[in-house]
Design a protein around this ligand. Structure first.
Ligand code: KG4
Ligand code: ZN
Length: 343
C-alpha cells in the first residue's frame, strides 16, 4: 500500500452530483461531519414525473458555486483550509456527474491538494461509518437506491464482493414507478412510505419474486402485479384503497430485501448488517430490518435519513479512505456513467 496522501485529521470536501441533488459537505478525519448541504432539485423535476438529465446538469451548474460556499461557511472554514477534494466519479447521469467531478478536479488542482474520484455506491456504504457508532467490517451491505439494488459482502473496507443484484428495476425505481401509477407524484418512495402507514400490508398478497432463490432481485413482476391488480379491480367496478395497495406493495418489496440480506448474513456467518441508499430511508424497511437483526442477534447499522439519500458527506468519507491508502485519482481520469465497483 502506498503512503497516505493526506493526514489522519484531513479536511475533505465531498461533492455529489450523480443524479438530481447538488450536494457538498466538509468532513474531518473521514468521520466528523462539519457541514452537509443538499440543494434538492425535486421541484424542478416533479412536473415531469422523473429526473430530466439535461435539466439536472444545468441546475448543478447553476447551484454549485453557492452550495460550495455554504458548505464551507457552515463548516466554519475557508477554501484554503481544505486538505483534499473528493467527488462522485460514477455511476450516474453523465451530464450531471461531470459538473461535480470537473468542479472537484478544478478545485483540487488550483488548491494543490489531492483529488479522489469516488464510486457512488462505495459512498452509500461509507454513510454507515458517519455515525457515533460506526459500522466495522466484516459486514453484509444492502445498497438500495433509485439506480441500484446490490448486496455486498464487505470483508474489509474497500473490498466488495457482489452477492446479488437486481436483474431489472432498482428498488427505488419500482417505488417511483408504482407511485406514479397511483398518482402520488415524484419522488415516489417517500410518498408510498407515508401512504402505506394508513394501509394494510396484508390486504393484497403481491408476489415475492425470487424469494428463497439466489441472492439476486427482480422487481418488474411485482410492478406488473400491482398494475394488474388495480386495473382488474377497476374493471370490476371496485376502487381499491390506494393506501392498501401502497402498503401491500411496500411489504412485498421489503420482505424480499430483508429475506435476502438475512440469508446472506447467515450463510456467510457475518454478524453485522449495513443499509445504505435512498430506499434505506424507508421506515418499514428500517423497522423490519431492526426486528429481524435483533431476533437473530445481529447488529444493524442504518445511516440517519439525510445520509441515506445522496449527499456529499458520504463521498468525502469514501474519498478520505481512498486517499489515506494513497489512492489519488489522476486529474485526467474520466467520469463514467457506468463505473464499476472493483474490489
Ligand atoms: O440514493 P438516492 O438518493 O439516489 C440514487 O442514488 O438513486 O435514492 C433515491 C431513491 C428514489 O427512488 C426514492 O424514491 C427512494 O430512493 N426513496 C425511498 C424513500 N426515500 C427515498 N424509497 C422508499 N421509501 C422512502 N422513504
Ligand atoms: Zn445514491
Amino acid at each position: 500500500m502506498s503512503d497516505p496522501a493526506i493526514a489522519e485529521d484531513a479536511l475533505v470536501l465531498g461533492i455529489e452530483t450523480s443524479c438530481d441533488e447538488t450536494a457538498v459537505a466538509v468532513v474531518r478525519g473521514g468521520r466528523e461531519i462539519l457541514s452537509n448541504v443538499i440543494a434538492s432539485q425535486v421541484d424542478l423535476h416533479a412536473p415531469f414525473g422523473g429526473v430530466v438529465p439535461e435539466l439536472a446538469a444545468r441546475a448543478h451548474v447553476e447551484r454549485m458555486p453557492l452550495t460550495i460556499e455554504r458548505a464551507l461557511r457552515d463548516a466554519g472554514i475557508g477554501m484554503r483550509d481544505l486538505d483534499a477534494v473528493a467527488a462522485t466519479r460514477g455511476p450516474g447521469l453523465i451530464g450531471a456527474l461531470l459538473v461535480g467531478y470537473a468542479t472537484g478536479k478544478a478545485m483540487a488542482s488550483s488548491l494543490r491538494v489531492p483529488f479522489a474520484g469516488v464510486h457512488h455506491i462505495e459512498g452509500h456504504v461509507f454513510a454507515s461509518l458517519l455515525a457515533d457508532d460506526p459500522a466495522a467490517p466484516p459486514f453484509v451491505a444492502l445498497v438500495v437506491s433509485g439506480g441500484h439494488t446490490s448486496l455486498f459482502h464487505v470483508k474489509e473496507l474497500g473490498s466488495y464482493e457482489v452477492l446479488g443484484q437486481t436483474l431489472d428495476d432498482a428498488a427505488g425505481e419500482a417505488f417511483d414507478k408504482i407511485a406514479r401509477f397511483l398518482g402520488l407524484g415524484f419522488p415516489g418512495g417517500p410518498a408510498i412510505d407515508k401512504l402505506a402507514k394508513r394501509g394494510d400490508p396484508k390486504a393484497i398478497d403481491f408476489p415475492r419474486a425470487m424469494k428463497g432463490n439466489n441472492l439476486d432481485f427482480s422487481f418488474s413482476g411485482l410492478k406488473t402485479a400491482v398494475v394488474r391488480h388495480v386495473r382488474r379491480a377497476e374493471e370490476a367496478g371496485q376502487k381499491p384503497a390506494r393506501s392498501d395497495v401502497a402498503a401491500s406493495f411496500q411489504e412485498a418489496i421489503v420482505d424480499v430485501q430483508v429475506d435476502k440480506t438475512m440469508r446472506a448474513a447467515a450463510d456467510l456467518g457475518v454478524s453485522t448488517i449495513v443499509l445504505g441508499g435512498g430506499v434505506a430511508a424507508n421506515t418499514r424497511l428500517r423497522e423490519r430490518m431492526a426486528e429481524e437483526t435483533s431476533q437473530q442477534g445481529r447488529r444493524l447499522h442504518v445511516p440517519e435519513t439525510a445520509l441515506c439519500v445522496d449527499n456529499g458527506a458520504m463521498i468525502a468519507a469514501a474519498g478520505y479512505f481512498r486517499l489515506r491508502r494513497g489512492e489519488v485519482t489522476p486529474l485526467d481520469a474520466p467520469a463514467s456513467a457506468s463505473l464499476r465497483l472493483t474490489a
